[in-house]
Design a protein around this ligand. Structure first.
Ligand SMILES: C[C@](O)(CO)[C@H](O)COP(=O)(O)OP(=O)(O)OC[C@H]1O[C@@H](n2ccc(N)nc2=O)[C@H](O)[C@@H]1O
Ligand SMILES: Nc1ncnc2c1ncn2[C@@H]1O[C@H](COP(=O)(O)OP(=O)(O)OP(=O)(O)O)[C@@H](O)[C@H]1O
Length: 291
C-alpha cells in the first residue's frame, strides 16, 4: 500500500453552544436540551495513516487518559466491523490544540473526525446519519460534528435541524480549571425546566445558558473570568464550560480585548463557521483521490 496516496490529514474543530437551555430530564438521567451549535475555526489536527496489520494505533498518549479511553480509539474500534477489508488498520497521530474540559467539544470532535476519516479510508461507506447514530454512543456532542453543519439541536443534542448563522469573530477564554460535565448535570440546583422554544425564536432572540450559575458556583476561576469578560460585552459560557466567549463583528476589536485579557487565562480569536472544517477538508481529499 502506498501511504503517500492514502494517508489523510483532517482538522477537528471546536464548537460553541450559542445558548443552552435544559428543558427536562430523561428516565436514564440524561438531560433534554435545546441548543444552537456553531463550529469555530480553532482545531486539533488528526493524521490517519492506513496500515495492513488490522490494528489501530494512536499517538501520542494524552497524560492521564489511557488509549483505550480515548474517544479517537473508541471511534476507530466502533468502525472495525464495517471495514470492507479485515486487514485494514490505521495509525492515528493527534496534534492537540483544543483545551480539554473546556465545553468546546474537543473529544467529541476528535471522535467524529475519526468516524468520518475511517468511513472513507476503510471504505465502510456508511451514510452520515448512520455514523451519527454510532457517534452518539460515544458522546452527546458527536452527532453535530459528524453531520458537519450549524444546527438547532434538541434531545440530548442529537436531533439536529440545519441552520445558517452569522459568522462573527469570537474571543474565546479558557479559565485555568477543568469543569466536570457530569458534576454540573448532577447539581440539584441546576435549572431543568426552561420552557421549550421554537426554532424561529432561537434564531431571532437567542437564549441563555442554564448551566452558567452552577458552573460559576463550583468554579471560582470561571466566575472571575465571567465577571471580567462581561465588562466587554455579552459574555457567554459554552456547554458546561469552562470556556467563555464574546462575539465581535471584526477581528481587530476581538484581538484588542484578547490582548487585554489576563495572562493567566488562555485566549484565542477565532471565527464562527457554518460548515465543519473537517467536512471541507474531507471533501477536498475525496475530490483529489477519485479513482
Ligand atoms: C453540555 C454539552 O456539551 C452541550 O453541547 C453536551 O450536552 C455534553 O456532551 P458530552 O460532553 O459529549 O457529554 P457526554 O460525554 O455524553 O456526558 C457526560 C455526562 O454528562 C451528563 N449529561 C450529558 C449530556 C446530557 N444531555 N445530559 C447529561 O446529563 C451525563 O451524566 C453524562 O454522563
Ligand atoms: N481525544 C480526546 N480529546 C479530548 N478529551 C478526550 C478525548 N478522548 C477522551 N477524552 C475525555 O473526554 C473528556 C472531555 O473532553 P472534551 O475536550 O471533549 O471536553 P469538553 O470540551 O468539556 O466537552 P463537551 O463540550 O463535549 O462537554 C476529557 O476530560 C477526557 O477525559
Amino acid at each position: 500500500m502506498d501511504d503517500s496516496i492514502t494517508k489523510m490529514q483532517l482538522p477537528s474543530p471546536a464548537k460553541l453552544n450559542l445558548f443552552l437551555h435544559i428543558t427536562g430530564q430523561r428516565a436514564d438521567g440524561y438531560h433534554e436540551l435545546q441548543t444552537l451549535f456553531q463550529f469555530i475555526d480553532l482545531c486539533d489536527t488528526l493524521d490517519f495513516i492506513p496500515n495492513v496489520t488490522g490494528t489501530i494505533r494512536l499517538s501520542p498518549v494524552i497524560d492521564g487518559l489511557p488509549t483505550a479511553d480515548n474517544l479517537i480509539y473508541k471511534a476507530a474500534q466502533m468502525l472495525l466491523p464495517y471495514r470492507k477489508n479485515i486487514r485494514a488498520g490505521v495509525d492515528i497521530v493527534l496534534t492537540k490544540q483544543l483545551p480539554m474540559g473546556g465545553g468546546i467539544g474537543g473529544g467529541s470532535s476528535n471522535a467524529a473526525t475519526t468516524l468520518l476519516a475511517l468511513n472513507t479510508l476503510w471504505e465502510c461507506d456508511l451514510p452520515l446519519a448512520e455514523l451519527a447514530n454510532l457517534g452518539v454512543q460515544l458522546g452527546a456532542d458527536v452527532p453535530v460534528f459528524v453531520m458537519g453543519f450549524s444546527a438547532f439541536a434538541e434531545g440530548v443534542g442529537e436531533k439536529l435541524q440545519r441552520v445558517e448563522l452569522d459568522t462573527p469573530y469570537f474571543l474565546l477564554i479558557k479559565p485555568d480549571c477543568h469543569v466536570s460535565t457530569g458534576q454540573i448535570f448532577t447539581d440539584k440546583y441546576l435549572t431543568r425546566d426552561t420552557p421549550p422554544i421554537r426554532i424561529s425564536h432561537a434564531l431571532t432572540l437567542g437564549g441563555h445558558n442554564d448551566c452558567l450559575d452552577v458552573v460559576r458556583k463550583h468554579n471560582p476561576e470561571v466566575d472571575e473570568a465571567y465577571l471580567w469578560l462581561k465588562n466587554h460585552g455579552g459574555a457567554k459560557l459554552t456547554g458546561t464550560g469552562a470556556c467563555l466567549f464574546l462575539s465581535f463583528e471584526n477581528w481587530d476589536d476581538a484581538e484588542q480585548v484578547r490582548l487585554a485579557t489576563p495572562k493567566k487565562w488562555q485566549s484565542w480569536v477565532c471565527r464562527g463557521c457554518n460548515t465543519s472544517p473537517t467536512h471541507d477538508a474531507l471533501n477536498q481529499w475525496i475530490e483529489q483521490h477519485k479513482k
